[in-house]
Design a protein around this ligand. Structure first.
Ligand SMILES: Cc1ncc(COP(=O)(O)O)c(C=O)c1O
Length: 361
């Protein structure tokens, strides 16, 4: 079947500009090379093995996943996989151990319970698994809080058959400040991180890997002393939230939801056929749920399941019913996850359709 043109695509449809993706990847590859950092992009943003392959071609050293499903799907193209999520339960562990034997697997964990289960599974499968001890650097989601706990857990990893201690991991997801406000926050991270690294070193457990990073802090990662590796996810596509903190420009947003105006009956607004089931109803630093790419002054001010409400009070633009727009959502990962496939554009026209194969669990 021939690929439909952009005008022929039924809406709502998730579309990705491949030219922008490649530029985003080139930029992060150059940055990590310049600063001697390893690059392990988080593939939860796109959940699509073809994009993982592009990241590896662009110079990524390995990849990150959040779910066993992502690990399974991405293992078809990647040979170095970090599960940045504690695996709990026999079913998950059995699936992890069944990944292709040539895949180097590492796992992040913060408890003895997860460690014991992983060690048992690795030993009985005869599969080497690397372990990163997860730190809480202020996000208060997962991770041990003190250097003493990190040392104790690292020692326990050392004593666990089937496992190899690789180092430390944390996620600074609480740092969502504009770029010019990041410096003192990253200095504080450096001080905190140094205490963990030093505590491990003095016990003969010097971490070979210190894995951190996010999209909002991406371009300032080199300011975090001791970091060896970064795991940006969103950066491949970027989104409105990344624009809001200055991590990218609107022109660097590669993902959007193509939508059609279906009503202009209520004054001051236009309704599009992309609602919360296409864009995702995620709050961000800026009001609303997304922005119109062609008219960046126009914000999606409300969403119901299949209706998106464009605020026209800020623009002279008066769309007609049937007109099409592309909306950049606040949080791209949540929007991608709602779509079964991504329409890949080159030179502004669809050239391929890729399944978002790692959705679900
Ligand atoms: C553990 C972990 N690492 C890396 C990332 C990627 O960060 P970002 O989404 O800011 O690109 C995430 C995002 O949720 C994460 O949870």
């Amino acid at each position: 079947m021939p690929t439909p043109s952009l005008a022929e695509l039924d809406t709502p449809a998730a579309v990705v500009d491949l030219d922008l993706v490649k530029a985003n990847l080139r930029r992060v590859a150059a940055y990590t090379r310049e600063h001697g950092l390893r690059w392990r992009p988080h593939t939860k943003t796109h959940k699509t093995p073809q994009f993982t392959a592009l990241q590896l071609q662009a110079g990524a050293d390995g990849i990150t996943v959040a779910t066993v499903r992502e690990a399974e799907v991405m293992s078809t193209v990647a040979r170095d996989v970090l599960l940045a999520y504690p695996p709990v339960g026999e079913a998950s562990l059995a699936r992890l151990m069944a990944l292709p034997p040539e895949v180097h697997l590492s796992v992040a964990l913060d408890s003895r319970e997860v460690l014991a289960g992983l060690s048992r599974a690795a030993r009985s499968a005869g599969r080497p698994v690397g372990v990163l001890v997860e730190l809480d650097m202020g996000m208060r989601r997962v991770g041990v809080a003190s250097p003493e706990e990190a040392v104790a857990l690292a020692q326990a990893v050392r004593e666990s058959p089937g496992l190899t201690l690789r180092g430390l991991i944390f996620y600074p997801g609480h740092l969502r400040a504009p770029q010019d406000e990041l410096r003192p926050l990253l200095r504080e991270q450096s001080v905190r991180l140094s205490a963990f690294i030093e505590a491990l070193r003095t016990q003969g457990l010097a971490p070979e890997v210190v894995s951190g990073g996010s999209t909002p802090t991406l371009w300032r990662s080199h300011e975090v002393a001791g970091l060896t590796e970064i795991r940006p996810g969103i950066n491949i596509f970027n989104d409105r939230n990344s624009v809001a903190v200055g991590a990218c420009d609107l022109s660097e947003c590669a993902y959007s939801v193509l939508a059609t105006v279906v009503s202009t009956a209520v004054p001051g607004q236009a309704v599009i056929d992309a609602g919360s089931k296409a864009l995702a109803k995620e709050e961000g630093p800026a009001p609303g749920y997304g922005v119109v790419r062609e008219h960046p002054e126009v914000v999606v001010r409300g969403l119901s399941e299949e209706h998106g409400l464009l605020d026209l009070t800020t623009t002279p633009w008066r769309p007609r019913v049937g007109e099409r727009v592309r909306v950049i959502p606040n949080h791209v990962c949540a929007s991608v996850n709602l779509h079964a496939r991504l329409h890949v554009l080159e030179g502004g026209q669809p050239v391929a359709t890729w399944d978002v194969a790692a959705r679900g669990w």
